[in-house]
Write a protein that binds this ligand. Structure first.
Ligand SMILES: *Cc1c(COP(=O)(O)O)cnc(C)c1O
Ligand code: SF4
Length: 358
């Protein structure tokens, strides 16, 4: 790569945000340009030159393209669409904090991302404020966490926290570390996938001062496993940060066992532990990405037993209306009564397990 392309600030500043810029790298018909412009009225676009370089311009169904380039399908309302699909407003005791589970919270520190994923849960309209959390807002959020000693795990999310300056992020992390009952600090970020050059020595040197830090990233397709993203993940893991990954099950992108297997095994090779596979949620304008639940159950069933347990994420639905994550899976229990459990293994063979007397 040319040296300036290795600079994350260059990547961020040169993001593709207009149809004119997109046309320079992808052949677009007039109709496609009109359709993209229509979408941009509702949802914004930003694609780093790095992520755009992973697109095969000759393939209209390219999996990277589908995640990054708007489609007219986004403007079609689906009867199941919800504006707050995870009911996060109801679980927000103070702005920027979502407190749903007993021992952990989300802290939403920015609305900005390096790349705006077409399938995003937290879709934002163009023109919405890009500024990171203000000092006053941060202090209110931190005060809430300090006042609630049951919170032992804080997940810094957004938007993408790694789009902020290292200094600003350090200030947030240090404020949380000063709270005795906060044991674990996690960061949710797609930066290793869409702008891996952000993972600099300056960043890892800062993060390693505040252990235990965990990072969860968001790879969806094996084409995202590049030498650049592998280097970024290695730098984080070498700084002592365990890396997890969440994948969204996306129709026409990764909704088959073969693609999912390449992704999951590739992640493990990069020392990234697959954590969750999400059923696509009910955000507005992403109906065309949703699969049926049977598709996810079938993929997990095909992979279970056939690849290392380490490569298998937990398949979940983040329940609409704020129920939280609920695991889904193939039912390996054929029958269960007082005397015995009859089980099926991954090859479909049956086994009996006699129960001890009560
Ligand atoms: C996903 C999520 C968490 C973290 O949950 P884990 O299962 O521990 O990863 C916390 N709060 C909210 C609101 C979430 O959606
Ligand atoms: S990086 Fe995450 S928050 Fe940002 S657009 Fe993608 S899915 Fe949404």
């Amino acid at each position: 790569m040319e040296p300036h392309k290795d600079d994350w600030k260059w990547q961020f500043a040169h993001r593709i945000t207009t149809t004119e810029q997109l046309k320079q790298i992808l052949p677009l018909t007039q109709r496609e340009q009109d359709e993209i412009n229509t979408c941009l009225g509702a949802f914004r676009m930003a694609i780093t030159p790095y992520y755009a370089s992973l697109i095969d311009p000759t393939d209209p169904n390219d999996p990277i393209r589908k995640q990054a380039v708007p489609s007219i399908l986004e403007t079609r309302a689906d009867e199941n669409d919800l504006s707050d699909p995870l009911g996060e407003m109801a679980d927000s005791p103070v702005p920027h904090v979502v407190h749903r589970y007993p021992d952990r919270v989300l802290l939403l520190v920015t609305l900005q991302c390096a790349m705006y994923c077409r399938h995003c849960t937290r879709r934002r309209a163009v023109g919405e404020e890009d500024k990171p959390i203000t000092e006053a807002q941060l202090q209110k959020a931190v005060a809430y966490i300090r006042a609630h000693s049951e919170i032992r795990d804080v997940l810094i999310s957004g938007g993408d926290p790694l789009t902020m300056s290292t200094a600003k992020l350090e200030h947030i992390i240090a404020s949380l570390r000063a709270i005795e009952h906060v044991e674990i600090i996690r960061i949710g970020t797609r930066v290793p996938v869409v702008m891996p050059m952000r993972i600099t020595q300056e960043l890892t040197d800062m993060l390693r001062k505040y252990h235990p830090i965990w990072i969860n990233t968001h790879f969806n397709h094996p084409n995202e496993l590049t030498s650049e993203s592998a280097r970024a993940c290695a730098a984080l893991v070498d700084a002592g940060i365990p890396l997890g990954n969440q994948t969204v099950l996306l129709r026409g992108i990764n909704d088959n066992a073969e693609t999912m297997k390449r992704l999951l095994l590739g992640l493990v090779k990069m020392r990234v532990r697959p954590y969750y596979l999400y059923q696509c949620d009910l955000s507005c304008g992403i109906g065309h990405f949703r699969t049926r639940v049977e598709a996810g159950i079938e993929i997990m069933h095909q992979l279970t037993g056939n690849i290392s347990g380490y490569a298998l994420p937990k398949y979940v639905i983040d329940a609409p209306g704020g129920g939280g994550k609920i695991p889904l899976g193939y039912d390996y229990v054929v029958s269960r009564d007082d005397r015995e459990v009859v089980l099926e293994n991954y090859r479909g063979q049956r086994y009996r397990y006699p129960q001890p007397k009560q």
